[in-house]
Design a protein around this ligand. Structure first.
Ligand code: NCD
Ligand code: ZN
Ligand code: ZN
Ligand code: ZN
Length: 353
């Protein structure tokens, strides 16, 4: 047995579906899944039903989180065609602004450049705008970041060309950061074929060359984020399966397996899953520690998962490393998968001044 202590991880991209999709996940089950995965704080996306685009929807979601969350949280505001002033006035209560520039799950999508620019003019430059943007749309998002000197965080980068452009733009000083997901690092289109709808998400899984390019360019990646996007098995098996896969409980074991295989260092893992999330979003990290047995091997299985959706696209994968204990603000929050702190223990993340 080899025991390792790390700070509790921070996942900057999750969809906990509360309110509006609580049959898929809610703040209690989603934050329990986070703790079981060694994650002590999550930044939750605004594509709820209704979307989080104004004071009422933000405050309703904050109230749900306050009541149910086991771990700490921050909430994104969602940009729409007409709410640039509204979200600006609410920025102190949110972790960032999310912009959907490509079609994905939910109603939030900005199609008009003028509406996008209104947000870029208004939103405070020190707070990131997180964008879902792929391919040429990603190139447009980088141009907007440069033209407005506004920090832009590029979500779930998945393609060789996209990461190559990010490298080039960063080398020229573009004010951008980016994240990649474990599923784009560990799965490819071949898995999507095998998994069917359980391997379908946005961006879709790429080729082996795309996956390899993400690993080869990991030095320009700022964060590993799960894009935990649960949908029920029934929804995934239906006519028009929604995109998205869960990931909170599998991210750390997968990344520790990469450490075990010598594909990244432990220091780099902590940068990607703790230090850079804190820096990019200006967060005060919660006092926390996780204890990991790095020599424990296990096969990923849906049995014992805390996520309400009850499945994982990584079923059957053999991974190194098991989370034994998670401490949060002096309390033992999770031991061997058992959640030991009540719903409501989680607090809103604070930002540094
Ligand atoms: C996300 C969801 O289901 O909310 N789905 C996905 O495939 N990633 C939306 C998103 O992050 O684009
Ligand atoms: Zn320690
Ligand atoms: Zn997205
Ligand atoms: Zn997402």
């Amino acid at each position: 047995m080899s025991i390792l202590h790390l700070p509790g991880l921070i996942d900057i991209h999750v969809h906990l579906r509360d309110p509006g999709g609580t049959h898929k996940e809610d703040f209690a089950t989603g934050t329990a899944a986070a703790l079981a995965g060694g994650i002590v704080a999550v930044l939750d996306m605004p594509n709820n039903t209704p979307p989080v685009t104004d004071a009422d929807s933000l405050h309703a979601k904050l109230a749900a989180a306050e009541e149910k969350a086991h771990c700490d949280y921050g909430l994104y505001l969602g940009a729409n065609e007409s709410n640039a002033d509204t979200v600006f006035r609410l920025h102190a209560e949110a972790c960032g602004l999310k912009m959907y520039l490509d079609q994905t799950y939910g109603p939030l999508r900005l199609a008009q450049l003028s509406a996008v620019m209104a947000h870029f003019r208004r939103w405070p430059a020190h707070l990131p705008i997180a964008v879902h943007a792929e391919g040429l749309v990603l190139a447009g998002a980088i141009a907007l970041a440069q033209a407005h000197n506004q920090r832009v965080h590029l979500c779930h980068v998945s393609r060789a060309a996209d990461i190559a452009l990010i490298r080039a733009a960063k080398e020229r000083g573009a004010p951008i950061t980016c994240e990649v997901t474990p599923h784009h690092l560990f799965l490819t289109a071949a898995d999507a074929k095998r998994l069917g709808p359980l391997g379908y998400m946005k961006p879709t899984l790429g080729t082996a060359a795309d996956r390899d390019a993400l690993w080869a360019n990991l030095d320009v990646v700022d964060c590993i984020a799960t894009d935990h996007a649960p949908h029920t098995i029934a929804e995934k098996g239906g006519e028009n399966p929604p995109p998205g896969v869960p990931g909170l409980e599998t991210a750390l074991p997968l990344m520790l397996t990469a450490v075990h295989e010598g594909r990244l260092s432990l220091e780099r893992l902590v940068e990607l899953m703790h230090d850079n999330p804190v820096r990019i979003f200006g967060l005060v990290p919660p006092d926390s520690e996780i204890e990991i047995d790095t020599t424990a091997q296990h096969t990923i299985s849906r049995r014992g998962l805390h996520t309400k959706c009850g499945w994982t696209p990584f079923e059957g994968m053999l991974v190194w490393g098991q989370v034994r204990k998670v401490a949060l603000r002096g309390k033992l929050a999770c031991r061997d998968g058992d959640i030991l702190i009540p719903p409501g223990f989680g607090q809103p993340l604070r930002r540094t001044a």
